[in-house]
Write a protein that binds this ligand. Sequence first.
Ligand code: PHE
Length: 349
Amino acid sequence: MKDQINEIKEKALKAIEEAEDAKILNDVRVNILGKKGELTQVLRGMGALSPEERPVIGELVNKVRDEIETKIKEREEEFKKEALKEKLENETIDITLPATKIKRGSKHPINRVIEEIEDLFVSMGYDVVEGPELETDEFCFERLNLPKGHPARDMQDSFYITEDYLLRTQTSAVQARTMLAKGGNEPIRMICAGKTYRREDDATHSHQFGQVEGLVIDKKDKNVSLADLKGTLEVFVRKLVGKNSELRFRPSYFPFTEPSYEVDVTCFKCGGKGCNLCKQTGWIELLGAGIVHPNVLKMNGYNPEEYGGFAFGTGLDRLAMFKYGIPDVRYLYANDIRFLSQFDRKDEE
Ligand code: PHE
């Protein structure tokens, strides 16, 4: 019997040594040590042994079983190590491979225009200010010399939220806010860009658009004349739209300025010769402007005897269209990647 056990042992150790993978190893385990395994069978036959032989054989079988189990464990460890090594080798990252490109966004043309305007005016000593889009009737109209029932309110079809609150129709609302905040005895130079809303909806108008507003207030003898306004707008337009732009002031009406002007600029497409864009006139209307109305000064805390100023406002959409030659205002709001990606960051790098 001893020989039989030793034979099983030799066979098992050899099989373990030769096993090529964990599955074969497991088969060996079952075949030798399992319920019906060879070594188990030997134990079953022990009943036929003499009482003296039994402990000797029993001990031998246990020893052999331990040996085989240890060997199996060792081999298992080897397999595990091999598997890990293989995994590590297969999963190495080739850091020399080129990376997948991450798409970069681009600044919206309107935001670019805003930044350019702000930079320009800051360089001339203006403050950049902001105001709420949900505005009160008081700031949007009343404090700008447009009392309730004033016919000029019809110029701006408004979205009222309640009787007193509306979506601001013009950034001019920020003029009144700034004057009040300064308390009537400080000069003002401010620029404010933002969203504005009117009840319009056709091919050339959107219910939401952008405006930028400028306001200068100072003692009457300090660069606040019509000539100063004209000079300021010339710098503005030539920087934003084109070096050779000429300006033309046409008398107009705004309740908060007196005198008031609409300012035309040489058509950027034909340079003033006349084309379909400017309807053969050579001019394109770009800005509203004027000398701050004494009532507005008074209502917002400034003494019109002592202080004077000028204001101007323009549409950001129009400016962006001018600047980049965009033919349709709707492109600005469609969020089409093909359109937006044309405004990459080339000129900023
Ligand atoms: N707020 C005016 C508009 O929306 C434009 C304007 C601004 C006119 C400032 C004069 C001075 O039409």
